[in-house]
Write a protein that binds this ligand. Structure first.
Ligand code: FAD
Length: 512
């Protein structure tokens, strides 16, 4: 039996382990933390509960594909609540856009801002449907470890306008500045800069409408718990609190890992779900580091980081939906500061998660469990996160929401809190520069130009946000399918279970 080692139990590591265990491999997962999920953590502060990382669940069919490999169905394992609206977007001047994900209601909202934009919206959705079918349905599911594969699809990428930025692409359809924000901000969900992320990433409104935006009863932890259960049903498990200290290289091939306590474990393939840049610069012995990759990592653009306040509040803020996004008043300048500035921000943007709108168990009645995420520059750009600076930043966050965005009484209602800064991403999750989403998804850092699922060093594979296709739970689940398939091809089993390993159960369903 072939033995595969997976380093890290984030969504990417767990999904790869499930796929390979289903195929008949013996799989061992080592996780540095004492819990699964990686960025998808959970926190309890007295009576308040929080998801600490991802909160929006899209494309549940990708999870269903994993369930089927373990002989079950998503609908039998998790209670998913389709949100309505998907989210509320608040602008600096107090206006709000309710984003329903329902064509009729969305068109009504769009017409409130610019009646001429309704036909443009329909054309935009048709264009993004074309991109989705090709880019997400097919290209995302194949490895781009050969230049030929990339060159083969280049003409089509150009036809799909992949060379344009999301913002430019969206601006061709919408002239109203508010609507340009509404339909272009989505790359920020995966650490991308809307002003330079490829137009390929403008598919998010389409895919959200196709399958919905969900909340899993119990929060994202319920989804992580499901993946661990599936893995256990397939006969594998995770060793928690077991950091991998080093990758073992012998005859230019990665043959195993050394754990923190010095134990050596041998494997036919090693799949790293941890941060790619940290893996190459810290886990690979210096003599085995490909020079081009070290150089690439040093020059790469990294996604932004996040400051997140997890607050238990003694009252509710009724103007918030389950998901609320607060836009900066100067969108373009803000984004430039965030990605290319000196580490400081002249104004703040927010994503607020108020899970009690869907699941009352997250806070006592009449109280609010609120997660306030502020995108901030990664540590490579600077920024002061010393304890004093962090306290001042928290005050600024609370004041801005209270006095600029109408959350009256926010500061006074704060009963208990915890927070994450870029230092936590760096120190707890081992993220290079404390980036929250790994490498920035630009065209020149995507597909063939992103670290490959087959690392280039025999025996070593990557899975997760830092490899193809990229960050976000759907992207990471697709990367697991690509990486698992690469291992199946490179390290074949004498007696593989005759099991079809689908990339995705994503349907060709028509839009509602
Ligand atoms: C604040 C935030 C909010 C987000 N919101 C959403 C959202 O709403 N929807 C969405 O789809 N996506 C969201 N994302 C993105 C999504 O969460 C991530 O892209 C995805 O979870 C990354 O998964 P991963 O498998 O790549 O790795 P990670 O989650 O980073 O997991 C990697 C694991 O590897 C472990 N590890 C690292 N090094 C070692 C080592 N040496 N030994 C052993 N273990 C190791 C780490 O401890 C970690 O558990 C969000 C991200 C963040 C940060």
């Amino acid at each position: 039996m072939r033995h595969v080692i997976v380093v890290g139990a984030g969504f990417g590591g767990l999904a790869t382990a499930i796929r390979l265990a289903a195929h008949g491999y013996r799989v061992t997962v080592f996780e540095a933390l004492d819990r699964p999920g990686g960025r998808a953590g959970a926190l309890t502060l007295g009576p308040y509960r929080f998801d600490t990382g991802p909160t929006l669940l899209t494309l549940p069919s990708l999870l269903d594909a994993l369930c089927r490999l373990a002989g079950t169905r998503l609908q039998d394992e998790l209670e998913l609540v389709r949100l309505s609206p998907y989210y509320r977007i608040l602008f600096g001047d107090g206006r709000a856009f309710e984003y329903w994900g329902d064509p009729e209601r969305d068109e009504e909202e769009i017409a409130r801002f610019d009646p001429r934009a309704v036909p443009a919206y329909r054309s935009f959705m048709r264009a993004t449907q074309r991109i989705y079918k090709r880019a997400f349905g097919e290209l995302a599911a194949q490895p781009f470890d050969r230049l030929g594969t990339f060159l083969g699809v280049l003409p089509e990428l150009l036809r799909l306008e992949a060379h344009r930025s999301v913002y430019r692409f969206v601006s061709r359809y919408f002239h109203d500045p508010y609507l340009r924000m509404v339909f272009s901000f989505h790359p920020l969900f995966i650490g991308g800069n809307p002003l330079r992320a490829s137009a390929i990433y403008s598919i998010v409104p389409y895919l959200e409408r196709l399958e919905g935006v969900y909340f899993a009863r119990g929060g994202m932890q319920a989804v992580v718990g499901l993946l661990v259960r599936l893995l256990e049903r397939l006969g594998s498990s995770v060793r928690f609190g077991t950091p991998v200290r080093e990758l073992v290289v012998s005859d230019r091939r990665v043959t195993g890992v050394v754990l923190d306590d010095g134990e050596r474990v041998v494997g036919d393939a090693v799949i790293v779900n941890g941060d790619v840049a940290t893996t190459v610069t810290e886990l690979l012995p210096a003599s085995a580091r490909p020079r081009w990759l070290v150089h690439w990592i040093a020059r790469a653009r990294y996604s932004m980081s996040c400051y997140i306040l997890y607050g238990g509040f003694s009252r509710r803020f009724e103007q918030l939906r389950h998901h609320t996004i607060v836009m900066p008043s100067d969108y373009e300048s803000h984004i430039r500061e965030l990605f290319d500035g000196d580490g400081t921000l002249s104004e703040l943007a927010f994503y607020l998660h108020a899970p009690t709108r869907t699941d009352p168990d997250f806070a006592p009645p009449g109280h609010e469990s609120l997660y306030v995420l502020v995108p901030v520059p990664h540590l490579g750009r600077g920024g002061d996160w010393s304890p004093g600076a962090r306290d001042r930043f928290r005050e600024r966050v609370l004041h801005t929401l209270e006095y600029l965005h109408g959350l009256d009484g926010l500061t006074g209602a704060l009963e208990t809190w915890s927070e994450w800064t870029p230092l936590d991403f760096r120190d707890r999750l081992r993220s290079y520069h404390g980036a929250a989403f790994s490498f920035e998804p630009t065209l020149l850092q995507s597909a063939y130009f992103r670290p490959h699922n087959r690392s280039g060093i025999p025996g070593l594979y990557f899975v997760g946000a830092g490899t193809h296709p990229g960050a976000g739970i759907p992207g990471v689940l697709l990367s697991a399918a690509v990486t698992a398939q690469a291992v199946v091809e490179d390290v074949p089993l004498a007696h593989a279970r005759t099991m079809h390993v689908p990339h995705t159960a994503a349907s060709e369903r028509r839009l509602p």
